[in-house]
Design a protein around this ligand. Structure first.
Ligand code: ATP
Ligand code: MG
Length: 562
């Protein structure tokens, strides 16, 4: 066993593993698995489980398998399998050659079921779903034995074989474990092991018409793969005795153990797969990879980085009690990461024309602008400057309120990486009165960003040269839900959708270096936020940018620090 890493996180799961190692509970090395069902895309909650399982394996010099838990033909498909593999890799984890499918174990699981029948530990039951529920009893009253509970082994074997052969209709027969209908733990009241489903499975086709249930399939799949620690979410805590029962009755030596942790809940977000499917199918979002989705595909398209997501998972840790994490934490970690990595460029989302009256008509200067003021290694690019510019409408006010230090009539500001300009005149739309153009003069002595006479300005604003700018689309994403917990209260979660979750700006003006921005690349638009070049819709010459996160604070407020 490799030395454990001291800087690695510690939590109750790692404590259990440390103790198991100390008492030599497992001769083999630590083995975990990430077991998604391919019936949807991975979301940020899954990322917590991926980081935990792969993280523990790495920390203890063990292995982590990727296993598709594909025991229910409804809703599972290859598109989901592919997306899950892509997303786990993108997050930065590697299952190497250990890619498994529970559906590859169907023959072996069937053998385990036969063995249980032969031991008198499983029986075929003809009750229908309603009757089974009725017989199961409640939390306060014991259940009743099924009238089919005491069938002979021979009869059970015959019936189970006929179930497999497709002789019975769905919901007419199930195979059940024979445990205890009076158990205080409801999951032990003769749970179903197999049900009939006459559906084509995306991998096994029509070979099977009986499919194993999670509780039966999962523990044995773990055992087949030599998993030592089977980490799952808290809702399976009651199922742990059943997990152990199947392994014990199947005479598995040195069985894996199940450990439960609290699933991730995030404010302003829903993470249930069923609800995410709903958002996709109802067309509320454009697909699983819509940047508003909490899926890894959506977050990637939005510009979240795997590093930020991994750091988030590390930061929240694992615990045994349910809680809801503030989505701000995730956004802050994205900001922190992009603050280091994203080149800084200039883009104007709501353009206002500025004409510099004393600037020569045909002159074009090229300013060499660094991509990151603190990181010269990130290089620089040339940004053209000319007589007509665009600035943000917000950066100009005809009647500036008290704390407004940006451009206003007869006021001087600094242009980022450029000259001081002073506003001399304003052109208004004759009908609406709206300012449509601002006239300025520039001071040629301020090319360095400072005035030789030492005079100060109240603000530095960004700009693009009108003749050189590229028209771009900017998609400003906000939270998909208006309330912190869309699942709370009497309303349906869809009633809490944020109507302003997406604002599309069609005619943003961006600096020419962005004309050929590579899909997936991340930028900081100075003073505005972080943006990601859309992986699908962006084209050379007409770029599309998704806002990843807004900026916390902008350097414009730091007036005279250039
Ligand atoms: P849902 O319950 O939303 O339909 P699921 O959890 O059943 O989805 P799976 O594909 O079975 O989806 O999940 C794969 C693994 O990811 C499981 O081990 C599960 O416990 C874990 N997981 C799913 N959601 C979360 C979450 N919100 N936080 C942490 N782990 C999660
Ligand atoms: Mg599940």
């Amino acid at each position: 066993m490799e030395q454990t890493d001291r800087s690695a996180p510690s939590d109750f799961i790692r404590d259990i593993i440390d103790e198991d190692l100390r008492i030599h509970r497992y001769q083999r090395r630590i083995a975990t698995r990430f077991p998604p069902e391919p019936n949807g895309y991975l979301h940020i909650g899954h990322a917590k489980s991926v980081c935990l399982n792969f993280g523990i394996a790495a920390q203890y010099g063990g292995i982590c398998n990727l296993r598709f838990d594909d025991t229910d033909p409804s809703g599972e498909n290859m598109e989901y399998v592919d997306s899950i593999m892509r997303d786990v890799k993108w997050l930065g984890f590697d299952w190497e050659d250990r890619l498994y499918y529970a559906s590859d174990y169907y023959d072996r699981l069937y053998e385990y079921a036969l063995a249980l029948i032969k031991m008198g530990k499983a029986y075929v039951c003809d009750l229908n779903a309603d009757e089974i529920r009725e017989y199961r009893g409640t939390l306060t009253t014991p259940g009743k034995d099924s009238p089919y509970r005491n069938r002979s082994v021979e009869e059970n074997l015959k019936l189970f074989e006929r179930m497999r052969a497709g002789e019975f209709a769905e919901e007419t027969h199930v195979l059940r474990a024979k445990i205890d209908m009076a158990s205080p733990n409801m999951t032990l009241r003769d749970p179903i092991m197999y049900r009939i489903k006459k559906e084509t499975h995306y991998r096994t086709g029509d070979k099977w018409c009986i499919y194993p249930m999670y509780d039966f399939a999962h523990c044995l799949s773990d055992s087949i793969e030599g998993i030592t620690h089977s980490i799952c979410t808290l809702e399976f805590e009651n199922n742990r005795p059943l997990y152990d029962w199947f392994l014990n009755e199947s005479k598995i030596e040195n069985p894996p153990r199940q450990i439960e942790f609290a699933r991730l809940n995030l404010t302003f977000t829903v993470l249930s797969k069923r609800k995410l499917i709903d958002l996709v199918e109802k067309g509320i979002v454009s697909g699983w990879d819509d940047p508003q989705m909490p899926t890894l595909a959506g977050m990637r398209r939005r510009g979240f980085t795997p590093e930020a997501i991994r750091r988030f998972c590390e930061r929240i840790g694992v615990a045994k009690n349910d809680s809801i994490i503030d989505v701000d934490l995730l956004e802050n970690l994205v900001r922190e990461d992009l603050n280091e990595k994203a080149p800084r460029v200039m883009a104007v989302l709501h353009p206002l024309r500025v004409v510099i009256d004393n600037y020569p008509e045909d002159l074009v200067e090229e300013f060499d602008c660094p991509y990151h003021p603190q990181k010269p290694e990130m290089g620089s690019r040339k940004v053209p400057f000319s007589k007509v510019l665009y600035i943000e409408q917000d950066d100009f006010a005809v009647n500036p309120p008290k704390k407004f230090l940006r451009l206003a009539p007869d006021r001087e500001v600094r242009l980022r990486y450029g000259y001081f300009i002073r506003c001399t005149d304003v052109v208004k739309d004759a009908n609406t009165g709206q300012v449509i153009e601002v006239h300025c003069t520039y001071d040629p002595e301020t090319r360095s960003g400072f005035a030789p006479d030492g005079r100060k300005v109240g603000a530095t604003i960004h700009w693009v040269s009108a003749a050189h700018a590229v028209v771009a689309e900017a998609r400003l994403y906000d939270r998909l839900f208006r309330v912190a917990n869309p699942l709370e209260g009497d309303l349906d979660y869809l009633d809490h959708l944020n109507p302003q979750s997406l604002e599309v700006i069609h005619l943003a003006q961006v600096e020419p270096s962005l004309a050929v921005a590579v899909p997936g690349r991340l930028f900081q638009f100075e003073r505005i936020g972080y943006f990601c070049v859309d992986a699908f819709d962006s084209k050379a010459g007409s770029p599309v940018f998704n806002r990843t996160v807004t900026l916390r604070d902008s350097w414009a407020k730091l007036a005279d620090k250039k």
